[in-house]
Unconditional design. Structure first.
Length: 189
């Protein structure tokens, strides 16, 4: 076996073992050119088309995203403006409601005051009427009692109505005069 290696080494001295034979290089070059031609004509254009489509899709999506972001910002600004308008309108409505409530409260208070004054004046009129009725009733009863008492003291009947009425009126006038004089002196203390 060693001998075959030595013989093969002796024969191969003319040819470099690192370089292939010329026919291998030519056929490899032909195959490479054919494969390169098909790659250049078929595969490369498809790859370029695919990459261009992908690039266009990415750019389109970026543009769509930018447009959507601009629309969102515009919608946000519009929403913010509408919200500010709504808040201003709500504040205006609240202020108007407060003003209306104060006005209505003032009107109700004025009406209640007027009603109270009317009730007070009606009560005063009714009290005055009751006082007058009580005074008339009291005069007649006091007059009757006074005449009966005077008849009992004198011992004779005082049946003359005019005379009895005059006597009762004079007696009551004296009582009123003495009552008002007593009120003046008690009020000064």
């Amino acid at each position: 076996m060693l001998q075959t290696i030595i013989v093969a080494a002796g024969e191969g001295e003319s040819q470099n073992p690192l370089l292939p034979a010329a026919y291998d290089i030519i056929w490899s070059l032909v195959c490479f050119v054919v494969i390169l031609f098909f790659f250049w004509r078929l595969v490369l254009p498809r790859m370029k088309k695919l990459l261009d489509e992908r690039s266009a899709a990415i750019e389109g999506n970026i543009e769509k995203a930018d447009a959507a972001q601009k629309e969102a910002e515009a919608a946000l600004e519009e929403y913010t403006a509408q919200l500010a308008d709504a808040r201003a309108e709500a504040a205006k409505i609240r202020e108007q409601a407060r003003t209306d409530a104060q006005r209505i409260g003032s009107e109700i208070q004025a009406q209640a005051q007027a009603d109270a004054e009317r009730v007070k004046s009606n009560a005063q009129v009714a009290i005055e009427a009751d006082r007058q009725a009580a005074l008339v009733s009291l005069r007649s009863e006091v007059g009757t009692l006074a005449i009966d008492l005077a008849s009992g003291v004198i011992g004779e009947s005082l049946s003359d109505d005019k005379k009895a009425t005059a006597l009762v009126d004079r007696f009551l006038a004296d009582l009123e005069a003495s009552g008002s004089a007593g009120a003046d002196t008690s009020g000064k203390k």
